[in-house]
Design a protein around this ligand. Structure first.
Ligand code: NAD
Ligand code: IPM
Ligand code: MN
Length: 370
């Protein structure tokens, strides 16, 4: 039986609550004999800061480097607002992405038929939606240098962040988007702001050249990022794959989340380059949402984004496509049966807690596997 090393980093706030539900799914697949999952758990974010005064330890980084996949909950919260910038909870996540080389962040947004009324948009706008945002994850303004606050001669301060992209960085994320589109509805929308940014001009040129050279069979269109934000809420079903930079991808994926009903629904996969020798790639799977301090500790969090992220690991890291389908079908069925956490429940509708939703998904997997 195939055996996989999985590092779980639950983090802060609702992170540990939603990770516990993934634990139930892992146990079930283990018992079913689908694969053997050797799981380890470590600290990240504020929880790690409290113990070690850093947001991730070198030892945890080494475990992440060695793992077949990392499962990440969420980090951050008001408790750590005042910690030094380099030790803030979010820095642990950024270090994981950068040091593991996870340049490609796939953020699928699917509106399940049963949830079409949970979105703040009209049913006909979102029903049947199935798009993927391909977000560049290790470049752009998140990592560009200089990044600093400097004091000027007149005593004023200046905060600086730098947006940088190279041809190589744009090409490799573009390739991920085109290849993904080929397996879907064959359309890529590339988004930047070439009207005001040099990096946007380059992004546009490199994406067009790559399209011409290698992906002429895929439809390519370009939309400025502000206009795309508007189109996402006007008529999102015009999109298939959207490829964009680190910052625009962050913002656009939170918008996309609300098309599906809740931020608690959006999974993601953060992937590195394939090692030509082994065919393996470094990968981390994380929900798009954060630590949700407003509901943390109350058992209210929707675990579907986290469980869906684990399903993506079954598909992209472990090659367990049937198991991935099983998890995703169980999620769809449970929603179709009317089970709702509070974030996706209609006004006045009964809602279940995090643990009940996780247990119901596992029970449905059991029924489907029979
Ligand atoms: P958030 O995503 O934590 O929460 C935004 C809103 O969505 C809140 O009202 C929250 O209750 C709700 N929500 C989020 N996930 C949910 C779920 N699974 N079920 C039900 N409701 C859910 O964003 P925020 O409040 O802006 O950020 C809080 C902290 O999380 C900050 O410190 C931020 O930096 C951090 N953050 C971390 C990650 C990550 O770890 N990947 C991602 C985003 C934000
Ligand atoms: C996300 C988050 C992170 C980001 C933060 C927590 C660093 O918002 O994964 O969407 O900005 O990338
Ligand atoms: Mn975000």
């Amino acid at each position: 039986m195939a055996s996989f090393n999985v590092l779980m980093l639950p983090g802060d706030g609702i992170g540990p609550e939603v990770m516990a539900e993934v634990g139930k799914v892992v146990d079930f697949l283990d018992k079913q004999g689908v694969a053997r999952f050797e799981t380890e758990t470590d600290l990240v974010g504020g929880a790690c800061y409290d113990a070690h005064k850093v947001s991730i330890t070198d030892a945890a980084m080494a475990r992440a480097q060695a793992a077949d996949a990392v499962l990440f909950g969420a980090v951050g919260g008001p408790k750590w607002d005042a910690v030094p910038y380099d030790a803030r909870p979010e820095a642990g996540l950024l270090r994981l992405r950068k040091d593991l080389g996870l340049f490609a962040n796939l953020r699928p947004a699917i509106c399940y038929p049963a949830l079409a009324d949970a979105s703040s948009l009209k049913r006909e706008v979102v029903e049947g939606l199935d798009i993927v945002i391909v977000r560049e994850l290790t470049g752009g303004v998140y990592f560009g240098e200089p990044k600093e606050i400097v004091t000027l001669e007149n005593g004023e301060k200046r905060g600086v962040d730098t947006q940088v992209y190279t041809t190589h960085e744009i090409e490799r994320i573009g390739r991920v988007a085109f290849e993904l589109a080929r397996k879907r509805r064959n359309k890529v929308t590339s988004s930047e702001k070439r009207n005001v940014m040099k990096s946007g001009v380059l992004w546009n040129q490199v994406t067009s050249a790559l399209h011409k050279a290698e992906f002429g069979d895929v439809e390519l269109e370009h939309q400025l990022a502000d206009a795309l934000a508007m189109q996402l809420v006007r008529w999102p079903k015009q999109f298939d794959v959207i490829v964009t930079d680190n910052l625009f991808g962050d913002i656009l994926s939170d918008i996309a989340a609300m098309l599906t009903g809740s931020l608690g629904m959006l999974p993601s996969a953060s992937l590195g380059a394939e090692d030509p020798a082994t065919g393996k790639r470094k990968a981390l799977y994380e929900p798009v949402h954060g630590s949700a301090p407003d509901i943390a500790g109350k058992g209210l969090a929707n675990p579907i984004a986290m469980i869906g992220s684990f399903a993506m690991s079954l598909r992209y890291s472990f090659g367990l496509l049937e198991a991935a389908d099983l998890v995703e079908t169980a999620i769809a069925n449970v929603l179709a049966q009317g089970l709702r956490t509070k974030d996706i429940a209609a006004a006045g509708q009964n809602a279940v807690g995090t643990g009940e939703m996780g247990a119901a998904i596992v029970k449905e997997m059991q029924a489907l596997a029979r």
